[in-house]
Design a protein around this ligand. Structure first.
Ligand SMILES: Cc1ncc(COP(=O)(O)O)c(C=O)c1O
Length: 340
């Protein structure tokens, strides 16, 4: 009953098999291998547009290096106040951009409120030498609260971005869950809605360690190879990262794995709500945020359930379903919750 994170899961068997298959003989290093050579074409097909693709091994690196490509050190990057880049990445964006300012903005359910963004931009920082210069917006898909931006919501932010000459970055550590959650094409939740750069997460979805930084405007990627090398994410044995990403795309594995995680989260949310518990956010991907009385928290722990305290003072707890959670796993947790 380990629902602390999707990171507690191991690898999907298909990913392990792909790593094993790539483990044959020698291959050119630093991304000059036959697996890495297929990435641009594979993702361009998936997204139905030409894109340039760069594997890195962590979501933090994907975010920090992508934003480094979008903003100089004197730039301002607008993000949600609860976003991973603002709260959980130990200033990696500030470090890799050599000082860009993250401007945290409010908004319900982890989504940036377009009006708050407009209001901030109306302050007139642009062109004033004393102020950080507006450069980019960063949104997470799915969000830190487990909600999913609809294409129109992304488009509303990208319209503001265009109006103010900003670029739009998407932290897609759980992009697979967001796409699997609706009937949208991957393109509709990204470049067609105005996203310029996407971090396509695979690790949380059953890879060992692989995230793809995807540039939908190829010219933005021109210096990325240097940024990645300087950032320590140019893997000498890159074939193993690339093989994981290709395996994810094979026969829609990424959507099957994420679809299961989402379905288990829905099962969990429905079950908890059925027990009279209050959910903090709509469950749209693979995370469930629920208010629990202390008695039930202690009871669940006594049953061996593991979950993440999100805001203990408020009695809010997070349960995440990984790709490998089963119907029976969730049923066991629900039984423990009702016994607790
Ligand atoms: C939304 C989001 N972005 C980025 C990351 C960072 O990933 P990593 O821990 O691989 O650096 C996480 C990890 O929890 C995340 O939840």
């Amino acid at each position: 009953m380990d629902f602390r994170s999707d990171n507690v899961a191991g690898m999907a068997p298909e990913i392990l098999a792909a790593i094993q298959a790539a483990n044959q003989g020698n291959a050119s290093s630093y991304g000059a291998d036959e697996y890495s050579a297929q990435l641009d074409a594979a993702f361009s097909k998936l997204f139905d547009t030409p894109c340039r693709v760069f594997p890195v091994a962590t979501g933090t690196a994907a975010n920090a290096l992508a934003l480094d490509a979008l903003s100089p050190g004197h730039g301002a990057i607008y993000c949600h106040e609860q976003s991973h880049i603002a709260v959980d990445e130990c200033n990696a964006v500030e470090f890799f951009t050599a000082g860009a300012r993250l401007v945290p903005l409010p908004g319900g359910g982890g989504k940036i409120d377009p009006q708050a963004l407009q209001a901030h931009l109306a302050q007139g920082w642009r062109g004033v030498q004393h102020h950080p210069q507006p450069r980019a917006i960063s949104i997470a898909q799915a969000t830190e609260c487990g909600t999913v931006y609809a294409p129109a919501e992304i488009a509303a932010l990208s319209a503001i971005a265009r109006q103010h000459g900003l670029l739009l970055h998407m932290d897609g550590a759980r992009f697979a869950n967001a796409v699997a959650a609706g009937n949208h094409h991957a393109a509709d939740l990204s470049w067609r809605a105005g996203v310029d750069v996407l971090g396509f997460g695979a690790t949380k979805n059953g890879a060992l360690a692989a995230e793809a930084v995807i540039f939908f405007k190829p010219e933005l990627a021109d210096a990325f190879i240097y940024r990645r090398k300087r950032g320590g994410h140019l893997f000498s044995k890159m074939r193993f990262l690339s093989a994981q990403l290709l395996a994810m795309l094979e026969d829609g594995l990424w959507l099957r794995l994420a679809g299961n995680a989402n379905a288990r989260a829905k099962q969990l949310a429905d079950g908890l709500a059925g027990q009279g518990l209050r959910l903090a956010y709509p469950v749209e991907a693979n995370e469930v945020f629920v208010y629990l009385p202390d008695r039930q928290v202690q009871g669940l722990k006594a049953h061996g359930a593991l979950f993440h305290p999100w805001d203990e003072a408020a009695g809010l707890y997070r349960f995440v379903c990984g790709f490998d959670k089963s119907d029976a796993d969730v049923a066991a947790l629900l039984r423990a919750a009702s016994d607790a």
